[in-house]
Design a protein. Structure first.
Ligand code: GLU
Length: 495
């Protein structure tokens, strides 16, 4: 018989974004850590849209979340949205009310606001409402008065027996707080909609979530959630809170303060590979045992454990001039180099299409190996390879055509004119061009450098360009000869 004690049940985790903005890099990291935990432990990854806040939800935000997640390319196994589950939330509220664990609060205006404070300090509860008799409460409700439903948090002050709420967080360790310090939080708002606390816990219980992995900003909410799970008669899941992502000055990353750098789509549109972005986010708050930084996804999933998650806030380094953390850019360059050429070509193609180049898949496949070492962001492929597509080269300084170390315009002219003579008879492939142009250099009594530079600048319009023979092969004979002729004309302007 299998020994079930040695096989932990497969975990069920959820990522539960509220569609009130674009997909934040911190949310993406929460998603990724949940995904890694599920995959590492052969568990189930659930996506749940927390969309009960009808006033703040937008379709644009829902799209941005799905766009961002699809770009990451990490799949989930089950999908829900809370707005489809309102009956379940109402049932949970009823259940708590019937057990005497919740009461109606008829106080107008602030009824749904848990953070109301009074002159005495933090607001905990309104005794007038908490102690309203059931008859009175029913009568006022029946007369149509609106109310919020609040959790009746155990109070030990009177009896002198304080109830201590405690749990062991998977990252932050043992946590506890006296229930007397927790306010009677709302479960239903006065418009009848469930609050985040109620909807989230009712769903977590119904969906059998085993581990809640979420941002550290929810750590203190956990006490309220423990009370709800207890009230619903459900076993509380394990909790693990993730350290915050902060800016170099220590401030929490926010769109209002830090702009597009906190949005996942900014990384996508600037040419990060999903694998590199995921790799970067994983290192924000998680340290693998092997101390490696560059890692493919499979390796990260194999190594990922909650024990490796740190408590310290994770700093994302950026400046006004440079929006991306240098480590993210370095990782992206590494991932670009490690990707099979065909795959990299298909990642680069949309950037050319968007920039308006008529770039066939064949041509992109041909240039990809030539530029892969030269770009750190996919977007840079345009600048590195535009001369492969341009009808007319962008204007360049004819002085660039002059060979280095004592060359002059006359020497450049000799090189280019000779190239014009020999190239029509050369097959345009690496080896033939190599042989022909080295022989041409010998004929002119030149070393390779002074021979190649004028040709390189003539065909590419710049000195800093991919390897010459491969480049000429992709450009083809006609384009090369044309550009060399134009370069000779440019040299005339130098006199
Ligand atoms: N909808 C909540 C948020 O976006 C989920 C928090 C949680 O994971 O419980 O912050």
């Amino acid at each position: 018989m299998p020994d079930s004690t040695s096989t932990p049940l497969a975990p069920r985790v959820r990522f539960a974004p509220s569609p009130t903005g674009f997909l934040h890099v911190g949310s993406a990291r929460t998603f990724i850590f949940n995904w890694l935990f599920a995959r590492h432990n052969h568990g189930t990854m659930i996506l749940r849209l927390d969309d009960t806040d009808v006033e703040r939800n937008t379709d644009v935000s829902v799209r941005s979340i799905f766009d961002g997640l699809h770009w990451l390319g990490l799949n989930w196994d089950e999908e829900y949205k809370q707005s489809d589950r309102l009956a379940l939330h109402q049932q949970a509220a009823q259940d708590l009310f019937a057990k005497g664990l919740a009461y109606r609060d008829f106080t107008p205006a602030h009824s749904g606001d848990d953070n109301q404070s009074s002159a005495q300090g933090a607001w905990l509860f309104n005794p007038g409402m908490r102690e309203l008799s059931r008859e009175e409460s029913d009568r006022r409700a029946a007369s149509g008065e609106s109310f919020a439903l609040r959790y009746r948090v155990p109070r030990g002050l009177k009896s002198g027996v304080a109830r201590i709420l405690s749990f062991v967080d998977g990252v932050y360790g043992a946590q506890s707080k006296a229930a007397d310090e927790v306010e009677d939080f709302a479960l239903l708002r006065s418009d009848g909609m469930p609050t985040y606390h109620l909807a989230s816990c009712a769903d977590d219980a119904a969906l059998n979530i085993s581990h809640i992995i979420r941002g550290q900003d929810h750590l203190t909410n956990t006490y309220k959630h423990l009370l709800i799970f207890e009230g619903l008669g459900a076993t509380a899941p394990h909790f693990a809170h993730l350290p915050l992502l902060v800016a170099p000055d220590g401030a929490k990353l926010s769109k209002r303060k830090h702009g597009p750098v906190v949005s996942v789509t900014t990384y996508r549109d600037s040419g990060f590979l999903p694998a590199a972005f995921i790799n970067f986010l994983c290192l924000l708050g998680w340290s693998p045992k092997n101390d490696l930084e560059f890692m493919p996804l499979e390796q990260i999933a194999a190594l990922f454990t909650l024990e490796g998650v740190n408590r310290a806030n994770a700093v994302v380094n950026f400046t006004d001039a440079d929006p991306f953390d240098p480590k993210a850019v370095w990782l992206n360059a590494e991932h670009i180099r490690s990707l099979p050429v065909e795959k990299l070509a298909s990642e680069i193609a949309p950037f050319f299409a968007e920039a308006g180049y008529n770039a066939t898949p064949e041509k992109i496949a041909a240039i990809t190996p030539l530029i892969r070492e030269r770009i750190k962001l996919l977007r840079e492929a345009i600048g590195a390879a535009d001369f492969f597509f341009l009808e007319e080269l962008a204007p360049y300084d004819p002085a660039e055509l002059i060979p280095p170390k004592g060359g002059d315009a006359a020497m450049a002219r000799r090189v280019l004119s000779h190239a014009l003579e020999v190239l029509p008879a050369v097959t345009f492939d690496h080896d033939s061009l190599d042989k022909a142009l080295r022989e041409a250099a010998a004929t002119l009594g030149l070393k390779a450098g002074p021979m190649f530079q004028p040709i390189r600048v003539a065909v590419c319009g710049r000195k800093n360009a991919p390897p010459l023979f491969e480049t000429m092969t992709v450009l083809g004979r006609d384009v090369c000869l044309n550009r060399i002729r134009q370069a000779i004309e440019k040299l005339e302007s130098l006199g």
